[in-house]
Structures are given as C-alpha cells and as structure tokens.
Design a protein around this ligand. Structure first.
Ligand code: ADE
Length: 237
C-alpha cells in the first residue's frame, strides 16, 4: 500500500513514522509513506497557501489552487507508477467518523492520498472536485489534520499483511472481524499471581473451546457495559 500525505507541517511526521511499528513496516517495504509540503505548490514568493474567508469571519481558509495542483501532481505520479487512480481523503472535523469498517474499506485501495486540513477549513471547490472521502477521528476539534492523518495511517498499516507479528491479533482485537465488531475483553500475562490477583482459571485450563467461549462472553459483557450502541444489530448472523 502506498500512502502520500499532503500537509503544511511535514516535520510533524518525522518522529511517528520513523519509530514505531509503522516505521518498521515502511522500512520493510510493506507500506510506502511519503510526505509532501502543500507550500511547494504555491505560486508566489511567500509560498501563500491560505487566505481570509469570503463573507468575513475569523481565521484563514486553505486556498484551492495549491491543493488542486498538489493532488493533481500526486495523482499523476501514482498513475505513472501503478496505473491506478488513488483515493483522496481529507481529514476534517466535518468528515465521516472513522471506524474500523472504514479503515478496512480503505485498505482495499492500492494507493491513498491523505490531505491534512487546517485553519478554519479548506476551500469547498477543492473538496468538491478532488476529495473522495472526508474523515473525522472524533467529535472534538484539533489544531490540524496531521494527528488524524497519523491515526489513519497507523490503523491502515497494521492491517497490511505482515505488519503485525501475530497475524491473529489483528482479527481477535476490538472491532476486528473475529469478534464481530465487539470490544475486546480482558487479557493477562505472567506472573500467574500479582499482588494477590489471579487471572480466571479457564485461561490455564488448556481447553481452547472454553477459552474461546470465555473471550466471547467477556467481549459481549464489556461491550454491553461500555458501548451498548455496538450491540445494536449484533450478532449480525
Ligand atoms: N482536524 C481537526 N480536528 C479534526 C478531527 N477531529 N478529525 C479529523 N480532522 C480534524
């Protein structure tokens, strides 16, 4: 999977994408991540990328021209490299709320361009013409779309085959297909007793069917307590 990120703050991505599992995945060639500066596509010598909103009001709006040209350039590069048109995602608090289903859907594309929104917003003409999906990571407003882009890239990368050490952990976890979109229940590791606390006996029984049943039950209980909304329509079959 190839991910191209378009941002006003390329430096922000240096740390998170070098260290971490995402960084290792990139090093191993499992995902290719490149970061591009919107300012490189500005035309004036001040490299202007924003302007005041028509109609007045506070803040600045990201101009259509640099974003248009940047996306056109990145799409052209992708087409010459792979021949498939990448999907363009904009991170914005006005977007559809990101969930694991959307992440899974996005992994069906060979290439993505993620545009990090900023300031008071992005000129609507760019969104209408160039953006396929507007994505929000939650009902709160951040200073920019860079952290949401990192969240999305992280969620995507760990679904790429080979990125996670234990392939099963991507399916057994919360929201994964293995538990039908439920929250994961409690997990334990050594020592068997810690400050007087012991994991449930079933985990030491060696009976895989019982352990699976216990995991399913604790997942359902936890989901019911913490996220009853996820139980609506469950089980799907
Ligand atoms: N930009 C600012 N806040 C955001 C959010 N919650 N999700 C996506 N992009 C954003």
């Amino acid at each position: 999977m190839r991910i191209r990120i378009l941002t006003l703050f390329p430096e922000m991505f240096e740390g998170p994408f070098k260290a971490s599992i995402v960084g290792r995945a990139a090093e191993r060639g499992l995902v290719e991540i490149t970061v591009h500066n919107v300012r490189d596509y500005a035309h004036d010598r001040h490299r202007t990328v924003d302007d005041t909103p028509y109609g007045g009001g506070p803040g600045m709006v990201m101009m259509a021209q640099p974003l248009f040209e940047a996306v056109e350039d990145l799409v052209a590069r992708e087409l010459s490299q792979a021949g498939e048109r990448p999907k363009v995602i904009l991170t914005t608090p006005q977007g559809r709320l990101l969930d694991q289903g959307m992440v899974r859907e996005f992994t069906s594309h060979k290439a993505l361009i993620i545009v990090c929104g900023h300031y008071e917003g992005v000129d609507e003409r760019f969104i209408k013409s160039c953006v396929d999906h507007e994505v929000s990571i939650g009902d709160y407003v951040l200073t920019g779309g860079e952290l949401p882009a990192m969240v999305l890239v992280d969620a995507l990368a760990r679904l790429v085959p080979g990125v996670l050490g234990d392939a099963a952990s991507a399916t057994r976890e919360s929201f994964g297909p293995g538990l039908d979109g439920l929250l994961q229940g409690p997990v334990y590791t050594r020592p068997a007793e810690f400050r007087g606390m012991k994991p449930p006996d079933v985990l030491f029984s060696g009976d895989h069917a019982k352990v699976t049943e216990w995991r399913r039950k604790t997942a359902v209980d936890r989901t019911g307590q913490r996220r009853p909304d996820l139980l609506k329509g469950w089980p799907s079959t």
